[in-house]
Design a protein around this ligand. Structure first.
Ligand SMILES: C[S@@+](CC[C@H](N)C(=O)[O-])C[C@H]1O[C@@H](n2cnc3c(N)ncnc32)[C@H](O)[C@@H]1O
Length: 271
């Protein structure tokens, strides 16, 4: 593991994630051993807009039971389980952070999805899968932690079959000025590696991707953050990200409203 990967791993590690989720599940009257993606939906989609963002992104792909999907930076595996549960596809997930990955493995078993979803430790910059293994590579709210975008996109290209799709939600910098910290992915510049939209488009083209859809998702993301704030749930991302989540999410919303950052939903095809 590189020094940078270690810094990112530390950023996302809050020991006791599973115990906190279980305590809230019990409080809500659920059996933690018998959960479903529906029950977990409020806590397991660790990106802006949560489940609805996952649903919108998935609808842009023609996923079916024969598809092989790789979720890079899978967190606790919510999107991977959603895709397998909803579309019947087989999903591999890799993530850098053991605390999240191990939580995800337990939740996958409890959801009865281990035959379709496999989560393992791994670095986006050094994927262990053979060339041309996947029909779809999926990635949500991960690249803001990755400085080497060419290395990352090179790995995505390598593991995708020709004509395969890369589906990504990610932030760019915006015209509104410097980012206000802390945000969910960073307390300071040591884990924040946003580029401009212009740079991102060039990186995709240089890596051998054709853009099929490039949607500015910022307006919807702002709305959904406002909704989440108005109707707080006990089973939510703070159990994973920590007690300062409202402050970090609030800054994310302010950064978007002031156009300091832009949230994109991207579908690209591997040449
Ligand atoms: C905001 S969470 C998103 C998790 C998941 N994609 C989701 O939307 O539910 C960011 C995740 O990216 C992972 N991550 C960051 N850099 C990574 C890298 N180089 N390789 C693999 N995972 C990485 C972190 O460990 C963390 O779990």
């Amino acid at each position: 593991m590189t020094e940078q990967s270690g810094i990112v791993q530390d950023h996302w590690t809050r020991e006791g994630v599973l115990a906190r989720i279980d305590a809230v599940l019990l409080e809500m009257g659920h059996d933690p051993e018998a959960v479903t993606p529906e029950i977990l939906s409020g806590v397991e989609h660790l990106h802006t807009g949560g489940l609805t963002t996952t649903q919108d992104q998935a609808e842009k792909l023609a996923l079916g039971p024969d598809a092989r999907v790789l979720d890079i930076g899978c967190g606790i595996g919510g999107p991977a389980r959603y895709l397998a549960h909803t579309y019947g596809c087989r999903v591999d997930g890799v993530d850098l952070t053991p605390e999240l990955l191990e939580t995800g493995q337990v939740l996958t078993r409890r959801c009865g999805l281990e035959d379709k979803v496999t989560l393992q430790l791994g670095d986006a910059l050094d994927l262990s899968f053979p060339d041309q293994s996947f029909d779809v590579v999926w990635c949500q709210n991960v690249t803001m932690n990755i400085a080497d975008k060419a290395g990352f996109l090179g790995q995505v290209h390598r593991v995708l079959k020709p004509g395969g799709k890369f589906a990504s939600t990610e932030y760019s910098t915006g015209p509104g000025g410097d980012i206000i910290y802390p945000v969910t992915w960073a307390y300071d510049p040591s884990t924040n590696f946003l580029d401009s939209e212009h740079e991102m488009r060039a990186q995709f083209a240089d890596a051998g991707f054709r853009i099929l859809d490039w949607t500015n998702y910022t307006g919807l993301a702002i709305e959904r953050l406002a909704q989440a704030r108005a109707t707080p749930s006990k089973l939510a991302n703070h159990l994973v990200f920590g007690e300062d989540t409202p402050e970090r999410a609030g800054n994310g919303r302010k950064n978007m409203m002031e156009k300091r950052i832009i949230y994109w939903m991207i579908t690209a095809e591997r040449n």
